[in-house]
Design a protein around this ligand. Structure first.
Ligand SMILES: Cc1cc2nc3c(=O)[nH]c(=O)nc-3n(C[C@H](O)[C@H](O)[C@H](O)COP(=O)(O)O)c2cc1C
Length: 304
């Protein structure tokens, strides 16, 4: 059976539904030595800000049961160096390039978006409205539906690139924020970012992260992520990119049945960089086994 794995996130058409999540794949360079980047549906870059950022105090990562906590603090070279040194490398591959943008104020997001829009090889921007490691900026902005609406609407005035709004699940009503992003013109939603957490070393009585708190990712957050994707999918018409603890094809399929049009592999890239490729194969096997030719027929097909 000839399978059709294609899917869409708004105007972005993907050859298959498996991407890699922001911050877990750098700018592709290190991973290109380990896997064939052409097999990916898309690559989402680490967040890019206007100026270079050094990030948080170390330690920046700590393992937790079924996951990890991180507080990288959006370390990145800044938009100018990204365009000069990182984008040309990524652009040689046959995969969609989605650049994740972050900032502390609306104006910073807009300046980054404007600069990126001049590049010819970027397919979309993912707007980070949910990083729990920023005391100012995206995370706080992303908790208020009115602010999300205004930010996406303003961004749409400065860029023609499709916008994916990356939202937090650390709010009581993720659907309200999702609707605000949709009404403002986001073409797709990325759900979910890490959830705020904390771990303490009881011997030293010190927090395990230099930043004190961090973002929890990995299988520990998957049931929350699947639930949020399911709730939001019923509240909006735009497509959803699902993520949170995907370690294999079965996990990805949960998100797809819950309503995600595509998925992103995050923390699993640190454990085994071949996870995205294996996930694609496992989705193919599931389709064959169930005699489904078009991947898209599976989206949202959970039977409740
Ligand atoms: C080390 C690390 C760094 C991350 N950096 C970013 C980032 O820069 N921007 C962003 O939007 N999300 C970032 N994320 C969140 C991931 O893209 C993803 O939303 C989250 O980790 C859930 O997926 P996972 O459980 O599969 O990792 C980061 C996650 C990790 C683990």
């Amino acid at each position: 059976m000839l399978l059709d794995l294609t899917t869409h996130l708004g105007r972005i058409s993907l050859k298959n539904p498996v991407l890699v999540a922001s911050g877990t794949f750098g700018y592709g360079e290190e991973y290109a030595e380990l896997i064939d980047l052409n097999q990916l549906g898309g690559i989402i870059t680490k967040s890019v800000t206007l100026k270079p950022r050094e990030g948080s105090f170390p330690p920046r990562l700590t393992e937790t049961p079924a996951g990890m906590l991180n507080a990288i603090g959006l370390e990145n070279p800044g938009v100018e160096l990204f365009l000069k040194e990182k984008l040309p490398f990524l652009s040689q591959f046959d995969t969609k390039i989605i650049v994740n943008i972050a900032g502390e104020k609306e104006d910073e997001f807009c300046q980054v978006a404007e600069k990126l829009s001049k590049a010819k090889t970027i397919d979309a921007l993912e707007v980070n409205l949910s990083c729990p490691n920023l005391r100012r900026g995206g995370y706080i902005l992303g908790k208020d539906p009115e602010v999300v609406f205004s930010l996406i609407q303003t961004l749409k005035r400065v860029t023609d690139l499709p916008l994916l709004a990356k939202l937090t699940a650390a709010v009581s009503e993720p659907t309200e924020i999702a609707r605000a992003a949709e009404e403002a013109g986001a073409e797709a939603l990325s759900l979910i970012n890490t959830l705020p957490g904390m771990a303490i070393n009881i011997q030293t009585r010190r927090p395990r992260l230099g930043n004190i708190t961090g973002g929890l990712s990995g299988p520990a957050i998957r049931p929350i992520a699947v639930r949020v994707v399911w709730e939001v999918a019923r509240a909006v018409r735009i497509p959803i990119l699902g993520m949170g603890g995907i370690m294999k094809g079965d996990d990805a399929l949960e998100f797809i049945l819950a309503g995600a049009s595509a998925v992103a592999v995050g923390t699993a890239n640190f454990v085994d960089p071949t996870t995205p490729g294996q996930t694609i194969k496992q989705i193919e096997n599931y389709l064959k086994k169930n005699k489904i030719r078009r991947f898209r027929e599976l989206i949202g097909k959970v039977e409740t």
